[in-house]
Design a protein around this ligand. Structure first.
Ligand code: 6R9
Length: 658
């Protein structure tokens, strides 16, 4: 059996549990009355229009959503699998996020920031614009030009948004690296991108401690030959100790700069950012997004899915290091001119009610967070929630992994007081924007289903031959037609773009996810069918963790699999064989976990390490991951084991089970 088929088979029990889900929640009437999209008829009409004449549909959306300095001549140039959108149009994303609002929203808060220690700052659209222009000029003074790559390795502080927008303003390509990644992960990404400048901070606050960003940068710097300058923001220390000629202080660099900076009008297909994400090999992929198509769809989906209004106080809790932070913390809300909350730290610091305290104090109207966070809050019980007045909330969103019906109901009832629609939004780093989601004023929701594709999005469940899978059965999720915010390539590896996403069925984008539809055509996601796992909403490649493990001097071989986990969705279990002369011990387990933390970041540390004499392999030498997944989950090994090279290996793994 192929890996895909194995995974489909493994997902059967999940299908069963959601098949029994019969609850349906129509949009509350009062909500629907004021919504942008207010009925299923309207949704269907948009859907039909988009399917019939996609050029007209997307062309109209592009003109509505963005200011174009020069109009586009062609909506889509599609030479499968390569797309160019809004060809010959010129625009600038920072202009669309800032300058466009200055006439009417100059004094409106753009960002409401709260640091983990409790420090607060608010930046109006006017102030944010000034900050962005100054940093843009500062980057220019360092020699950054249109098309140059700039790394961003910052905590969740306003400067992270300022940094992204400053790059966009001058046509530089940003590559944000999540602050939880290690020095190794940082230099690997920066080298792949060929970044010239890095914007960082001395540290950030997380769970009451300092994340040592500058220390990591200093460790990475000797391994980053293309890096010319590192700009360091003071966040956690009382002074900055800068250790070499490549390091400059953010304040010093920016303070003398002009607050005026003419935007660089870039072509629609000019690269906007590279964001590294995990795939099924050891090396993360640099997903490249370009300007026009990404901006149009980000702006549109933010307004429709979150049903934005002028007076919304919107809070997406994602870190800017992930795609959700790019599209729905920074670009989407700012393009729409709403007020967005930025919170630096952990959800339960200093107490279990930090999120609810923030919502009450800022009167947040929209909350967009991950199922793993919701499940963690469920465990803490209702008391921390009940202490706060959450009546300002009117809409709840979920993203990052399938949300189980229990968590969905808890979110709706306990956080949303039973009155807020819940939008479960399915999408990926590669899709740039939300693809499958309820429209809260139109779509009746079902706990656990991401419901229906947005207008213009052809998300279909097919088998490996490209046939439509009958309703109720599981299949693979494809996007069968191009969409504006699709990735354009894997940076520096165009073949990998074709191989990874368009090889399964030529010309159709393969998502890597399994899914099924129910009798009404609603989509239920069933998780990844490749070697990507979703740990606490963070996307990781098992191969990445394996290559980190085998890089350790004691490890001969490693196989990493996911195991279902109530809290994290999936937990990581590593099976490890040791080199001659090394013996298994608890101390070694700790050493290996710490080693993975250093190589990749704490999020990749295995939850469990099991030593084995050998790993079960097929006669052709492939590690039998299906067996390992079964062993990890504590199930009886399923399926055909006759190809096992050595059945004793399996027996040994089992005995090791205690
Ligand atoms: C936005 C983001 C993408 C993978 C994706 C899928 C899973 C995301 C989901 C969901 C079920 C949802 N995923 N949203 N699964 N329901 N609402 O998370 O991007 O980090 O690239 O992860 O996450 O498996 O393929 P990314």
């Amino acid at each position: 059996m192929s890996t895909l088929e194995e995974r489909m088979a493994a997902s059967k029990h999940e299908i069963h549990s959601v098949l029994t889900e019969a609850r349906v929640f129509p949009p509350p009437e009062a909500f629907a009355r004021r919504a942008h999209i207010r009925s299923m008829e309207q949704y269907q009409q948009l859907w039909d229009e988009a399917a019939k004449d996609p050029d007209k549909y997307w062309g109209d959306r592009a003109r509505e959503e963005l200011y174009w300095k020069a109009p586009f001549q062609t909506v889509l140039d599609w030479k499968p699998p390569h797309a160019r959108w809004f060809v010959e149009g010129k625009t600038n994303l920072a202009y669309n996020c800032l300058d466009r609002h200055l006439a009417t929203r100059k004094d409106k808060p753009a960002i409401l920031f709260e640091g983990e220690p409790g420090d607060r700052r608010s930046l109006t659209y006017g102030e944010l614009s000034t900050e962005v222009n100054k940093l843009a000029n500062a980057l220019k003074s360092l020699g950054v030009r249109k098309g140059d790559r700039v790394g961003i390795y910052l905590p969740m502080v306003p400067e992270a948004a300022v940094a992204m927008l400053a790059c966009a303003r001058i046509g530089a390509v940003h590559s944000v690296v999540f602050g939880g990644f290690s020095a190794e992960a940082l230099h690997e990404r920066m080298n792949d991108a060929g970044a010239k400048v890095l914007l960082t901070a001395d540290g950030g606050w997380r769970k009451g401690a300092v994340v040592p960003l500058l220390k990591n940068v200093e460790a990475a710097l000797p391994h980053m030959p293309t890096m010319e300058k590192v700009v360091v923001l003071r966040r956690t220390g009382s002074t900055l100790a800068l250790s070499g000629p490549k390091l400059v202080a953010w304040d010093t660099l920016v303070s003398g700069q002009s607050a005026e900076c003419e935007p660089e009008w870039v072509e629609s297909e000019h690269p906007l950012f590279i964001l590294y994400t995990s795939g099924s090999t050891g090396k993360p992929k640099g997903v490249l997004h370009t300007t026009g198509g990404y901006a149009v769809n980000t702006s549109l989906t933010t307004r429709w899915v979150f049903d934005l209004r002028e007076d919304d106080v919107y809070w997406c809790t994602a870190d800017v290091g992930w795609v959700t932070g790019h599209s729905y913390v920074v670009y989407g809300p700012l393009m729409n001119g709403v007020t967005t909350i930025l919170y630096e730290g952990a959800p339960t610091q200093p107490g279990p009610d930090r999120f609810w305290d923030i919502i009450e104090r800022y009167k947040a109207t929209i909350l967009y967070t991950a199922p793993t966070a919701i499940r963690a809050f469920m465990r803490l019980g209702e008391e921390p929630v009940r202490k706060h007045d959450l009546s300002s909330l009117r809409l709840l969103g979920s993203v990052g992994e399938p949300i189980n019906p229990e968590a969905w109901m808890w979110y709706r009832d306990v956080i949303g007081g039973g009155r807020c629609p819940v939008v479960d939004t399915w999408w990926q780093t590669e899709t740039g924007c939300i693809m499958v989601s309820p429209l809260p004023g139109a779509t009746p929701t079902k706990p656990g289903s991401a419901t229906l594709p947005l207008p213009g999005i052809h998300a279909e469940i097919l088998d490996r031959e490209g046939n439509t899978v009958p309703r109720g059965q599981g299949g693979l999720l494809f996007v069968t037609r191009p969409w504006p915010s699709m990735l354009r390539t894997v940076y520096g590896d165009p073949d990998r773009y074709v191989r990874t996403y368009f090889n399964e069925l030529p010309g159709m984008y393969f998502t890597g996810d399994g899914a099924r539809t129910d009798a009404e055509g609603y989509i239920w996601l069933m998780g990844r069918v490749d070697d990507v796992v979703n740990v606490a909403g963070h996307r990781l490649g098992t191969a990445e963790v394996e290559s980190a493990l085998v890089a350790h001097e004691t490890v001969a071989e490693a196989a990493v699999v996911g195991r279902p986990d109530d809290l994290k969705g999936t937990a990581l279990v590593a099976f490890v064989t040791l080199k001659q002369g090394h013996t298994p011990s608890d101390a070694l387990k700790k050493t290996l976990a710490a080693h993975v933390g250093r190589e990749i970041g704490a999020i990749a540390r295995p939850d469990e390490i099991r030593f084995a004499e050998a790993l079960p392999k097929t006669r052709s030498g492939k590690i039998m991951r299906r067996l390992l997944r079964d062993v990890a989950a504590g199930n009886q090994a399923s399926g055909d084991t006759t190809t096992l090279e050595d059945l004793n290996v399996l027996a040994a793994l089992r005995q090791n089970d205690d």
